[in-house]
Design a protein around this ligand. Sequence first.
Ligand SMILES: [Zn+2]
Length: 480
Amino acid sequence: MAKDKKLVEAITSMDVDFAQWYTDVVKKAGLIDYSSVKGCMVIKPAGYAIWENIQKELDRRFKETGVENVYMPMFIPEGLLQKEKDHVEGFAPEVAWVTHGGLNPLQERMCVRPTSETLFCDFYANDIQSYRDLPKCYNQWCSVVRWEKETRPFLRSREFLWQEGHTAHASAEEAEERTLQMLHLYADFCEEVLAMPVVRGKKTDKEKFAGAEATYTIEALMHDGKALQSGTSHNFGDGFAKAFGIQYTDKDNKLQYVHQTSWGMTTRLIGAIIMVHGDDSGLVLPPEIAPTQVMVIPIQQHKEGVLDKAEEIKDALKHAGIRVKMDDSEKSPGWKFSEQEMRGIPIRVELGPKDIAAGKCVLVRRDTREKTECSLKEAATVAAELLKTIQRDMFERAKEHQKSHITEVTSYDAFKEAVEHKPGFIRAMWCGDVECENKIKEETTATSRCMPLEDSQPVSDVCVCCGKPAHKLVYWGKAY
Ligand SMILES: [Zn+2]
């Protein structure tokens, strides 16, 4: 058995070194590999399949709200990027420039899109003429480039995959409505599909998107107590419309500026799934997103009838709509178990000659390792039910973890103490002054994550930092 354990022994325990544990899991679970391109990653089949499932389900939900997909160019001429002042200032430090076409220098250099607001605005300026052209609810699936100095697989890489939605509306109210609609769509997706509870909130002005009037965010709490911004939705008001001249004639034949939104989710989500649900044996995937939900592992497969029975079970599960595979490789069962656990496949079915003789098989949950015996005939029904239970339990456990990692503080000393010793969200009041926010960040490394939408119960009536009157409740924390 010593050899069989090697796969698991190779990963660092999460309590010893969480960062190393994370790196070990992404590699050993076969999600990514590094490449010769610095700061970028190769997303391998096991990782890409998770992204495809995220994409499929998000895309379905988008379309239900009337969103249509389009595709924009990947280059942005410098002049276009500079049209909105705050936006260019926000992104300038991290854009990559194309200066040559073949051997010839370009007249105007172009950046590789870090995000596509400017391209959509340029397009909308021509495409929108009348109130009849509104609303425009477009989305694109693509990759973007941001020249990050420090990179980590899925969490921060120079090129990453995402979707960016860009909408244009006739009124401010409609734009705000869309901004919040997408925020809630993101939050529901995380909770229902990724079994990942999130805090829905609004960013402070300091933390909002470059050029936005308001930025809403969903913040998830990782196993180590650090927050991860998991999706954002921005209301641009008519700021971009004025910079790009996006106007329409209303019903009274008057020229009006449109109101815009944008919203995005990225391959970061895969990092979040790893850090919310993973354990010392590797990845733990919520059934809803798992590319393979059940792995059938025959034991003593060389014995007569074992492989046939395993195949039968696999077919029955497949017939029941379960994403199932069978591992009939030459590896030992112990090795196969470790591999299935490392890859986070929610259930494995163990099936050997003795089980077959008794007309049963064993289902083992990845999340709790709990074993369930059932008759071969019932395997598909029991597995389908078990997948639902696992999905629900994973969400409940993550929710419990989130709840138990929220610390309420009323003094700056208690705040510092919490940052130091109580990983998680810190609930504290803020006066609204950016100086307090800066001071807190510099002195404690905690940042304001959001002003929560569904939790407005004040902790006190003064700012945790300066002691002046405060009405804003903020969730603070260290973040990825
Ligand atoms: Zn203050």
